[in-house]
Design a protein around this ligand. Structure first.
Ligand SMILES: [Zn+2]
Length: 430
C-alpha cells in the first residue's frame, strides 16, 4: 500500500522528473549487476559508469529467450538464496517457453513496485482493491494457473473471482452471464477475443447483463472492432493493459484513452528498429524491456517479442509517464511481404473484418515470404466480387509476387495457450 501511495504521486511528475527517477534506478541496477551477477560481470566490464548515458547504455547487448536459456544459472544474482527467488515460466504460445525467476526478496521487503503497479492500473479504471472483480480468462486446462494457496489468497485479498473461458461454449456463457449478474463485479478482467465472443453472445441473445464500471483487456492485441463491440454491450470504459508474465504491468491506458502510459517507475522501455537504433514516434519497432526492480534475476535490454509504436504527443491527462500509441502484437504476427512492407495484425484485422464483407473470423499463415494462406469463416456476403477486391488489395499492399490461398473453414481454434492469433508468420521480421 505504501508503494501504491508512492506510485500515485510519481505518475504526476513531469516527464523530465520521471526520466531522472528512472535513470537513477537504472544506474543502481547496472552497478549491482556488474558486481553481483556473473552474466553481467563480463558484459558490463567496459561500461564506464562515470560517463554513462543512453548511448553508452545502448552498447549493452540485447537479452533474449535463447540467451537466458544458455546462461540461466549465471543470470541468478550471487546475493540470492533459492528461497529469495520465485520460479516462473511463460506459457510459450509459440513453443518457445521461457523459465525465469521473480525477485521474491525485494517484493517481500517492499523494494519492488510490481504488486503496486497492478493496483494503480485498477485505480485508473476507477476500481479499488476491495471492489468485486471477475477474471474471465481463457487458459488451456493443461496449463496450471498459480492456483496454489498463494494464488487463492491473492484472489481473496483482491476480491477477485476466476472464471475459466477456455473454448467458450454457449452453455458456459449463459452460466457466466448469470454469475456476473448475481455477483455484480465493478471490474471485469479478460482477453479481447474472449470478451468479444462473450459480447457477441449477449448481443445476439439480447439477454440482460450487469454493467461493470470498467473492463480491462490484456494478453492479446486489442483491435478497434473488439473494443467497439465490447463497449456497446457492457456500456462502460474499456482499458487496454499491456503486461507480461515476466514483468507484470508494463503499460496501461488512463481514463483519456490516448494510448498506453508506460510504467516508467518499473521498467525502462526502448522501441528499436532493425538496426537496433531507437525508433522515432509513429514508427513501428520492437520492444526492449529492462526491469528496474528485479535484482535476483535481472532482465536488462530484453527483447520481449512484441512490436509497438511510440506516441507523438503527450497525454492531456497531465501524467508525465510517456505514451505508446499502440501495441501491434507479437514480432511473429507480422507478415513480411515480397515488396518489403511489414503488415501487422492490425492491418489484417481491419482489412478482413471491416473492408471486406462477410468474413466472421480468419487466420493468416505465412510459411514463405511470397506465400500466405488465409483461412476464413464466411457467410453469403463474401462473394466473388469481395474475393476479387481482397486479391487486389493484397497484391497492392504485398507486391504482385505474393501468392495467396484462400481456404474456407467452419471455425478457427485458439492457440493451446488459450490466446487468439490472427496472424502466424514463420518469416523473420528482420
Ligand atoms: Zn493519460
Amino acid at each position: 500500500m505504501q508503494n501504491l501511495e508512492h506510485l500515485r504521486k510519481t505518475q504526476w511528475l513531469s516527464r523530465s522528473e520521471i526520466e531522472e527517477y528512472q535513470w537513477n534506478k537504472l544506474v543502481c541496477l547496472l552497478r549491482y549487476a556488474k558486481k553481483r551477477v556473473p552474466y553481467y560481470k563480463k558484459l558490463l566490464e567496459d561500461i564506464d559508469f562515470k560517463k554513462l548515458d543512453k548511448e553508452e547504455f545502448r552498447k549493452i547487448p540485447f537479452l533474449d529467450k535463447k540467451r537466458i536459456k544458455d546462461n540461466f544459472d549465471d543470470i541468478i544474482s550471487e546475493g540470492y538464496e533459492e528461497s529469495d527467488l520465485k520460479y516462473n515460466s511463460t506459457s510459450g504460445s509459440t513453443g518457445e517457453k521461457l523459465n525465469f525467476y521473480k525477485d521474491k526478496k525485494r517484493i517481500k521487503k517492499g523494494d519492488h513496485l510490481r504488486p503496486a503497479t497492478n493496483l494503480r492500473s485498477w485505480e485508473w479504471a476507477g476500481i479499488d482493491i476491495w471492489d468485486r472483480k471477475i477474471k474471465l480468462w481463457g487458459l488451456h486446462p493443461d496449463i496450471p494457473r498459480s492456483l496454489d494457496l498463494q494464488g487463492k489468497l491473492s484472489d481473496w485479498l483482491k476480491n477477485r473471482k476466476f472464471l475459466s473461458a477456455y473454448a467458450l461454449k454457449e452453455e458456459t456463457m449463459e452460466k457466466y452471464r448469470k454469475k456476473i449478474n448475481s455477483y455484480r463485479p465493478r471490474l471485469i478482467i479478460s482477453q479481447p477475443s474472449v470478451m468479444y465472443t462473450f459480447s457477441n453472445y449477449l448481443m445476439n441473445s439480447g439477454l440482460e447483463i450487469h454493467k461493470p464500471e470498467g473492463v480491462t483487456l490484456s494478453a492479446e492485441t486489442l483491435y478497434p472492432y473488439q473494443r467497439k463491440a465490447i463497449k456497446d454491450v457492457f456500456d462502460c470504459e474499456i482499458f487496454n493493459r499491456y503486461g507480461s508474465r515476466e514483468f507484470g504491468d508494463i503499460a496501461h491506458e488512463c481514463e483519456k484513452h490516448n494510448g498506453l502510459h508506460v510504467y516508467s517507475e518499473r521498467v525502462f522501455l526502448e522501441v528499436i528498429d532493425e538496426d537496433g537504433d531507437p525508433c522515432e514516434p509513429g514508427e513501428l519497432g520492437e520492444l526492449v524491456v529492462t526491469d528496474l526492480d528485479n535484482y535476483g534475476f535481472p532482465f536488462i535490454r530484453y527483447k520481449i517479442g512484441d512490436i509497438a509504436i511510440r506516441a507523438e504527443d503527450e497525454c492531456d491527462c497531465g501524467r508525465g509517464l510517456p505514451l505508446l500509441a499502440s501495441i501491434e502484437g507479437r514480432t511473429f504476427d507480422v507478415v513480411v511481404c515480397p515488396n518489403g512492407n511489414h503488415l501487422t495484425g492490425t492491418f489484417w484485422t481491419i482489412l478482413l473484418r471491416e473492408r471486406i464483407d462477410g468474413i466472421h473470423d480468419f487466420r493468416l499463415i505465412q510459411k514463405r515470404k511470397d506465400k500466405i494462406k488465409i483461412e476464413i469463416v464466411k457467410d453469403d456476403r463474401f462473394d466473388k466480387k469481395e474475393e476479387r477486391k481482397l486479391l487486389k488489395i493484397i497484391s497492392q499492399k504485398c507486391g504482385e509476387s505474393m501468392d495467396m490461398d484462400l481456404i474456407e473453414v467452419d471455425r478457427i481454434e485458439n492457440e493451446r495457450s488459450g490466446k487468439k492469433r490472427f496472424v502466424v508468420s514463420d518469416v523473420d521480421i528482420y
